[in-house]
Design a binder for this molecule. Structure first.
Ligand code: NAI
Ligand code: MG
Length: 352
């Protein structure tokens, strides 16, 4: 397995190092041959090469089986013009690799219940929702502009049947491996793109008779997520709705440092990264929580390598370490054992 590593900026290098430890532990245990290549994107790339997305990074990523990324950006590069900013590197990479499906699990480990803003009786045994967001189409990529005469502005949402079909299909495939329940989120009472979205979802559903498909309006969904999150398992939705709902869902868990993500294309190549940013305020201090990145590595085994047992092994190792009472500073509670970034990585690797 050829893995492209992009540590990036801020805490990126701190957390990637720990994820690599855990991947190595799996490699040793399961006799998997692993090749790591490190590339630059974002601020560190700007400093070394003058551009946020160097050519050899793009080439190296495309030739790999998976990309594992830390985070990019920081105040140091804030004054640069738009096309030279660190985020450009990340957006460019997603676009060039046609990563059209963004998977954002909202997982609340039962050991961290009190981090959530929800009441205990609503959380129950924990939360586990998968949001599948379309990432390369819709209003964020549509025509936009200003009309001087009318003193107005516009953004246009367009979705083709093909774009809808490929993302909805990913939703069904994931639902198949989970609780066989898929909720498609739209605004079909108002938007034409949403009515097309429903038609396509219904058509694809015929190929998945074992999956229960439910449609829900986005505004209702925003309420239902807080009222009763357990009614959801896999949700699939458009770019903008997914942006908002995935942030909402992830915060039900209350711990930014714990949440992974995957961005997939139609092949096996995917990019895996924590949902948090580069946290420049705590970079290089051995206090960042590496778990979001380690769980991203688990997703890499699941979706790019199709090694479910290895993915579960990593997730179980994380749960065991939490169960043993170890916590990084961001998730620290009374009577628990405070550990740094490196020790947390070591503990999880040792579990494996
Ligand atoms: P952030 O997610 O980096 O940090 C928000 C807060 O959460 C900070 O107090 C930080 O210390 C804490 N935090 C984040 N990750 C943590 C972890 N693993 N362990 C412990 N604490 C953690 O978001 P912020 O401050 O808005 O952005 C900082 C920089 O990151 C900016 O330059 C931003 O553009 C960039 N960013 C990059 C992203 C990416 O690479 N995908 C995503 C979001 C922001
Ligand atoms: Mg967002």
């Amino acid at each position: 397995m050829k893995i492209a590593l992009i540590p990036g900026d801020g805490i990126g290098p701190d957390i990637i190092e720990e994820a690599v430890k855990v991947i190595h532990a799996i490699g040793e245990k399961k006799q998997i041959s692993l090749e790591f290549n490190t590339y630059l994107v974002g601020g560190s790339a700007i400093d070394h090469t003058g551009t946020p997305l160097p050519e050899d990074t793009l080439k190296g990523c495309k030739e790999s089986d998976a990309v594992l990324l830390g985070a990019v950006g920081g105040p140091k590069w804030d004054t640069l013009p738009g096309h030279l900013r660190p985020e450009r590197g990340l957006l460019g990479l997603r676009k060039e690799m046609t990563l059209f499906a963004n998977l954002r699990p909202a997982i609340l480990f039962p050991q961290l219940k009190s981090a959530s803003t929800l009441k205990e009786e609503i959380i129950g045994a924990g939360i586990d929702i998968m949001v599948v967001r379309e990432l390369t189409g819709g209003i964020y990529f549509g025509e936009r502009g200003r009309v001087e005469e009318t003193r107005s502005a516009y953004d246009i949402e367009t979705y083709s049947e093909d774009e809808i079909e490929r993302i909805v299909r990913i939703g069904f495939e994931i639902a198949k491996k989970r609780k066989k329940k898929l909720t498609s989120i739209d605004k079909a009472n108002v938007l034409e793109t949403s009515r097309l979205w429903r038609e396509v979802a219904e058509r694809v559903a015929k190929e998945y008779p074992e999956i229960e498909l439910q449609h829900m309006y986005v505004d209702n969904c925003a309420m239902q997520l807080i009222r009763n999150p357990h009614q959801f398992d896999v949700m699939v939705t458009s770019n903008m709705f997914g942006d908002i709902l995935s942030d909402e869902a992830s915060m039900l868990t209350g711990s930014l440092g714990m949440l992974p993500s995957a961005s997939l294309s139609s092949g096996k190549l995917g990019m895996y990264e924590p949902i948090h940013g580069s946290a420049p305020d705590i970079a290089g201090q051995d206090i960042a929580n590496p778990i979001a990145t380690i769980l991203s590595a688990a997703m890499m085994f699941r979706y790019s390598f199709e090694m479910e047992a290895e993915a579960v092994m990593i997730e179980q190792a994380v749960a065991n370490v939490l169960e043993d009472g170890y916590r990084t500073k961001d998730i620290m509670e009374k009577d628990m054992k405070l550990v740094g970034t490196k020790e947390m990585g070591n503990l999880i690797a040792e579990q494996i």
